[in-house]
Design a protein around this ligand. Structure first.
Ligand SMILES: *Cc1c(COP(=O)(O)O)cnc(C)c1O
Length: 452
């Protein structure tokens, strides 16, 4: 056995608002390996900080989600939400599993095409689709989800110009009992905008109305809100069926299922409180099955789940730079992971675990990043064992949004590696370098010289 590290004796102040005299529970086990690959080896080989994605976790989470729906409903299709994580290797794992692509910009659309997704299996959402984007999507028979009337009229014009019948759906927003309502996207159900848009589409005869779409919010903790939304979309579809004898082929419930992360200020950890895929599925599929659709005419159910499918698969490894005490004596640890590469630390108390064995003494600690910015705080308060300079840490559940919203600021963005099903690692995004960053810049000739 390794010799135990000496820790000087300390007097611990009791915190009166803690559940017990030992304070908040901390993780008792170090996270030394991810999918049997050593965290220390990963850092030695690829540097620190380092994003690590577990392909095994992506596939197993996806299979779980799919099973929750296919056991309850006959026709189910997932479409991977590109903005949640559009690293091509990640998208392609989802495409290999059978996911279509869900994109919200011309850039994301082109990325899906480049990844090899058939245009017919790309869902194009979002309020900002240019004429050029729409032309491409119409020519490829993609599924265009209309956000506003200006877009609807542009598509009608383009359909005449291109002599094609675009495949469209409308995005519907509605009161699902969750506030604030996301009513800035799409057409409102309650005030009749959605019904109005559907009638305009049907009357034009220029567009092929194939679906109805909603995306009620993100990090939703209420399955019942989805049940309400599904029921309202079913009402609209049945209304169209009755009035025009036209069948809506799919109902797209969007994304937004909460992942297992812990929201700031939450009383209990997300792993204990976030609903399961089964909970969401039960609410959605029951609403559709109990609606007035004929049992043999149930529409295809599309899901654009993002964060709940990828958060668990992402890890961010880092290294301790230093420890110090604030003026009030509070312990702080500075690590090499900043908020510029971990945007979600603004919303979540990410689980952080040491990557090496530790002793049982813990202390409330602030975890600071390396940026020269007061807001660079990864955890405002985490009960952690003592970490020394050079020790490594693992930040958990970082797969969603960080690798798309990150920004280059003060430091350079690190590598991203994927651990495949056999435990082999692959670099799926290179780290930035001074050359890669400056390659975007241009210095006018007269500014190239100076004397100091
Ligand atoms: C962002 C987004 C998603 C994915 O949302 P998650 O919260 O990551 O599940 C799905 N559909 C649309 C239209 C979106 O904008």
């Amino acid at each position: 056995m390794e010799k135990q590290r000496y820790e000087r004796p300390v007097i611990i102040k009791l915190e009166s608002n803690m559940p017990n005299k030992f304070g908040l529970r901390t993780e008792y086990k170090p996270k030394t390996h991810i999918d049997n690959v050593s965290v220390k080896d990963l850092i030695n080989e690829y540097g620190s900080p380092l994003f690590v994605i577990s392909e095994k976790t992506i596939r197993s989470t996806y299979k779980n989600a799919k099973k929750a729906f296919t056991t309850r409903y006959p026709k189910v299709q997932f479409a991977w939400s590109y903005k949640t994580n559009y690293l091509s290797a990640v998208c392609n794992v989802f495409h290999q599993e059978g996911s279509w692509a869900e994109v919200v910009s011309g850039f994301e659309y082109d990325k899906a095409i480049k990844n090899g997704v058939d245009g017919k299996k790309i869902i194009f959402n979002g309020p900002d689709k240019t004429e050029k984007d729409l032309t491409k999507a119409i020519e490829n028979d993609s599924l265009i989800h209309i956000d506003h009337l200006d877009e609807l009229y542009t598509i009608i014009e383009l359909s005449e110009k291109l002599n094609k019948k675009p495949k469209v759906a409308i995005r519907v927003n509605m009161d699902t009992g969750i506030y604030p309502m996301w009513d800035r996207f799409g057409f409102n159900y309650e005030n009749g905008q959605a019904w109005d848009a559907l009638n305009k589409i049907m009357r034009s005869k220029k567009l092929d109305l194939v679906g109805l779409h909603t995306h009620i919010g993100t990090f939703m903790l209420s399955p019942q809100a989805y049940g309400t939304a599904a029921y309202k979309l079913a009402e609209l579809a049945i209304g169209i069926q009755k009035k025009y004898d036209h069948e809506i082929k799919y109902i797209d419930m969007g994304g937004g299922f909460a992942s297992k992360n812990t929201l700031k200020g939450a009383y209990l950890p997300g792993v204990d409180t976030s609903p399961s895929f089964d909970d969401f599925s039960e609410a959605i599929t029951s609403a559709l099955i109990n609606s007035d659709f004929k049992p043999d005419k149930l529409p295809l159910l599309i899901l654009e789940t993002g964060r709940a499918l990828i958060d668990d698969a992402g890890f961010l490894l880092g290294t301790v730079i230093s420890n110090k005490r604030l003026s009030d004596g509070k312990r702080t640890t500075i690590i090499d992971v900043g908020v510029n590469i971990l945007f979600t630390s603004f919303w979540y108390d990410h689980k952080v675990t040491p990557a090496q064995p530790f002793t049982q003494y813990t202390e409330d600690t602030v975890l600071y990043g390396p940026l020269c910015m007061n807001i660079d705080v990864i955890r405002e308060n985490a009960s952690l064992p003592l970490l020394n300079k050079g020790d490594n840490i693992v930040i958990h559940q970082v797969g969603a949004y960080n690798m798309t919203q990150w920004m280059q600021f003060i430091t350079l963005r690190p590598k991203v590696v994927m651990i495949d099903m056999d435990g082999k690692t692959h670099i799926i995004r290179e780290n930035e370098s001074i050359d890669s960053i400056t390659s975007f810049e241009k210095v006018p000739e007269y500014l190239k010289k100076f004397e100091l």
